[in-house]
Design a protein around this ligand. Structure first.
Ligand code: NAP
Length: 142
C-alpha cells in the first residue's frame, strides 16, 4: 500500500511517519514538493504517485500569523484540501484530514463533539472550517 503524507517536518507528520512504518510505502511530501497553496502541484503529485491513501498532515497552523495573511491561510487550509479530496475521489481512494478545536468558539461548558455547531473566532479556525466544507462534497459520494 502506498500512503501519501502531506507535510514533512510537522508534529503530526513526524508522528505518522514513525507509527505507520511497516504498513506500506510512505511517500512523505514536504511543502517543497507538494505546496498546498498550489493546486496544480497537488494534482501533479497525486497523479505522479497514485497512492492508495492520502493523509493530509499539513496545514497553515500559525494562528496569529493567519490573521495577517488570510488569503494564504485559506489557500492552504481550505482550497488545497478541497483539491486533495477531489483528486482522492478521482482515484477512488480515502483521504484522511484533521480538524481543530479552533472551529469552535469555546463557549460550551462541556467537551465538544463533531455534531456541535462550529463558530470559529479567527482566521485559522475559519480557514480550517472552510477546508472541511471544501472536502465534504467529495467525501459524501465516495
Ligand atoms: N498540534 C495540535 O495541537 C493540533 C490540534 C488540533 C488540530 N491540529 C491539526 O493537525 C494537523 C497537523 O498539525 P501539526 O500540529 O502537525 O502542525 P505543524 O507542526 O505546525 O506542521 C504543519 C505542517 O504543515 C506543513 N505546511 C505548512 N504550509 C504548507 C504548504 N503551503 N504546503 C504544504 N505543507 C505545508 C508543514 O510542512 P513542512 O514539514 O514541509 O514544513 C508542516 O509539516 C493540522 O490540520 C492541524 O490543524 C493540530
Amino acid at each position: 500500500m502506498k500512503i501519501l503524507i502531506t507535510g514533512q517536518h510537522g508534529q503530526l507528520s513526524r508522528e505518522l511517519q514513525q507509527r505507520l512504518q511497516g504498513l506500506g510505502e510512505l511517500i512523505v511530501l514536504g511543502r517543497d514538493k507538494l505546496d498546498l497553496a498550489n493546486p496544480a502541484q497537488i494534482r501533479q503529485q497525486v497523479h505522479a504517485h497514485r497512492p492508495d491513501l492520502i493523509i493530509n498532515a499539513a496545514a497553515h497552523t500559525a494562528v496569529d500569523q493567519a490573521e495577517s495573511e488570510p488569503d494564504l491561510a485559506f489557500a492552504i487550509n481550505a482550497i488545497g484540501p478541497g483539491v486533495l479530496a477531489e483528486e482522492a475521489k478521482t482515484l477512488g481512494i480515502p483521504l484522511i484530514h484533521y480538524s481543530t478545536d479552533y472551529v469552535f468558539d469555546g463557549s460550551k461548558p462541556a467537551p465538544y463533539t463533531e455534531a456541535d455547531a462550529p463558530n470559529p473566532l479567527g482566521v485559522y479556525g475559519q480557514s480550517k472550517l472552510a477546508g472541511e466544507q471544501a472536502i465534504a462534497p467529495w467525501a459524501a459520494s465516495t
